[in-house]
Structures are given as C-alpha cells and as structure tokens.
Design a protein around this ligand. Structure first.
Ligand code: SF4
Length: 392
C-alpha cells in the first residue's frame, strides 16, 4: 500500500479487512510501498516518511497483527530493488508499455508531465515486490489484476531462460517419490487437476504442500513447483491474484470513488464529529428536493454506506423509508453515521495505543523487515546464481 495519505473507509473495507482475514490463513508479507509513492510524488518527498508511519498505525489499528503477518517498508529491503534491476534485463519494453496503469497515466497527463522511467517500470517493481518473496497469492483489486498477470509472464520467462534442466521430468518424478507414498500421490492428483482441468485451487494447495515439506532440498522444491505448471525449475514461482471480495464500492464525499487523490475521503481514524459533518454534506438523490419527495437509493451515494455499514436485515427497511419518503435525508444520514462511529470506536482506541507508543511501531516494522529481508536474500541468492552472478 502506497503512503500517499491516511487509510480511508474505502481502503478499510476493500483491503484491510481482507488482510486481517488472510493473515490467519497464510504466511503474509504486507509492506508500505514508499518507492512506489515516489513514482508520482517525487516532488514532495517530505510527506512520505510521516505518511509511512501513519499507514502502519492504521494497519495495526484495523487489526493487522504483527504476530501473524510481517509488516515492513519496501525501501528497507534493497534486494527488491536488485531484483527489479535484474528482471528489467529480461522484460520486453512492449510488456510494460501495454500495462493498463501506464496507458492510464499517459491519458491523464496528455499536456503536462512526461512519464518518468519510474512510472513505466512501476509494474515491474511490483513484480519484484511479489517475486522477491516467491509469493503464491497476491491480494489485489480488479484494477491491479493485470499487473499480477504481468508478474506471472515475467516469472515464466525467467524460469524458461534460467530454469531449464536436462532430464527435468525424470528428476521431478524422482522428487515426487521423495515425498513418500501418501504425499506423492496427493501431489500427483493435484498436479493433474490443475494441468488437465485448470483447477486453480488444486494448484494453490499443491504449492502450499510443497512449501511445507521440510525434508526436501530447495532444488527439489523448485523442481516440484515448476513441474506443477510447466517443464522448467520454478526459481521464481508464478504468483496468482486473489481478488478482494468487497462487493460495495465506497463513494467519496463528492459521490466519486473514495480516493486520497480526489481529496474526498473519510479517514479511518476520523473524529466522530468529522464523520457526522462529512456525511451531512454528502450529496443525495438529486430528485429528492422536498421531504415529501420519494427518493431512489440507487441514485444516492449515502445508500452505498448503508450497504457497507447497516446490517443486511435492516437494509430493506432503510430502502423502503427512502422510496416512500418515510424519513428525511438528515435522519437517514445520522443512522449511517452512528454505524460508522460504532465500528470505528475499537479501531480508534487501538490507534491511540500505537500513536502513544511509536517505539513499539518502529520495532514491529524492524522485526518484519528482518524477516522480509531473510526471505528476499534467499531468493536473490538463487536469482544471482541463475544469472551467472554468484561471486563467492
Ligand atoms: S433518504 Fe437516505 S438513501 Fe434516500 S436519498 Fe436521502 S440520504 Fe439517500
């Protein structure tokens, strides 16, 4: 997540709640993408450092637990930058030029700023962010899914260039036998389910199965990971996107998508009075001019907040009161303000604890950074070896 402003309610529902869930299901690496922030905010670097610590406090307040997940800062892991550089040698320029985010940037800056190399290389840096940890799954919104697809293409290209091995198939089969009868059979069934029927869950299960085999050598693990998807050693396994399941899109105070870039956010840690003021000023269904006019929730951004914060079994009543002019917009907004403030209360309390204990926040990040560096160092050793740079 880029440190470009406070976490807002849209992030909280679309991203952080998902992280909190994922941290109990997988080994997770969550980092503040300060290099990525520089791609578009390079003229205001003074904002990055305070925004970084604030972001970590927002995560902790939202329930991301350093006992379950590694929290760190991107620029504290120089191995990611090295991997970015090395991958840039094998990535065709055209792959980066066709990335949707780059095209969008060019569209939005037709008469101003020229794109820097950092903007063009943004998805490649994202690829390095993922592959440095040999991540199996990447939680992203639908707009970022093409970047995970690019990471897959680059890892495939890397493995094809540097992971070919004579007698690969027989070496892989020998590695399957080393798994033992039961696990080897399970691996083969999962591999078949993926290669024959494209079952992505089977692939993810097989990858997890291989990663947890403590007795296998690293070379055999890479063989078996590669054997799941192709015919070369998976030095950099292909990652997969996990799309966030947030059904409702949270609108900003002006009705557009909530975004720091639009300045229309409600921060996760906003004071209750500010939440109330923000909601009071939000536009509603423009056709509802008088109290006696029936409204249409589908044309009102406030309704999107009800979809997120009001319990499902009460949403029908809210909608009906709007459609029948059974209540005014002020009352309807107050109802959602109360829900938001109630949900924020424990988050704000946890945030206060971390705001008052900045040393604790710094040590959480230092510990997460060490673990992240260990994982990235191990990957880079393999990558340097494969690319002929293993000076010892
Ligand atoms: S009653 Fe609520 S949902 Fe209906 S227009 Fe007013 S604020 Fe929007």
């Amino acid at each position: 997540m880029r440190p470009t402003g406070p976490v807002h309610l849209g992030h909280y529902h679309g991203v952080l709640k998902n992280w909190v869930k994922l941290q109990h299901e997988y080994e997770c690496f969550f980092f503040v993408a300060d290099w990525h922030a520089l791609t578009t905010k390079y003229q205001s670097p003074d904002k990055i450092l305070p925004a970084t610590w604030d972001l970590v406090i927002d995560w902790l307040a939202a329930g991301v637990n350093p006992g379950s997940a590694n929290l760190f800062i991107q620029s504290r892991v120089p191995e990611q930058a090295e991997l970015h550089l090395l991958l840039s040698m094998i990535t065709p320029l055209s792959w980066l030029e066709r990335a949707p985010a780059y095209k969008e940037y060019l569209d939005q800056h037709r008469d101003g700023d020229n794109a820097s190399f950092g903007v063009l290389g943004y998805p490649l840096l994202q690829t390095a962010d993922v592959l440095a940890y040999r991540a199996g799954l990447v939680p992203v919104g639908a707009d970022q899914a093409p970047h995970v697809e690019l990471a897959r293409e680059i890892s495939r290209r890397f493995n094809h260039l540097y992971g070919t091995e004579q007698d690969f198939a027989s070496n892989a089969e020998a590695a399957v036998r080393k798994l033992g009868k039961k696990t080897g059979k399970l691996y083969s069934e999962l591999r078949l389910a993926f290669t024959r029927y494209g079952d992505a869950d089977a692939l993810a299960t097989a990858q997890a199965l291989i990663r947890e085999q403590g007795s296998l050598t690293l070379a055999d693990k890479e063989r078996l990971l590669g054997y799941l998807e192709g015919d070369s050693v998976a030095i950099l396994p292909e990652p997969h996107a996990v799309l966030s399941a947030s059904a409702a899109k949270m609108p900003g105070l002006d009705g557009r998508k909530m975004s720091n870039a639009y300045g229309n956010i409600i921060p996760l840690r906003a004071e209750p009075d500010d939440v109330a003021r923000s909601l009071r000023n939000m536009p509603t269904d423009p056709k509802r001019v008088r109290l006696s006019d029936p409204g249409n929730p589908d044309d009102c951004p406030v309704w999107q907040f009800h979809l997120v914060f009001t319990p499902e079994n009460e949403q029908v009543a809210v909608s009906e009161k709007c459609r029948s002019a059974g209540w005014g917009c002020i009352e309807c907004k107050q109802c959602v303000v109360d829900r938001i403030v109630t949900e924020q209360a424990p988050v704000r309390e946890r945030a206060k604890h971390f705001e008052e204990n900045q040393d604790l926040v710094h040590s959480i990040v230092a510990e997460g950074t060490e673990k992240a560096r260990d994982a990235a160092r191990a990957t880079l050793e393999e990558v340097r070896d494969a690319m002929g740079l293993a000076y010892r």
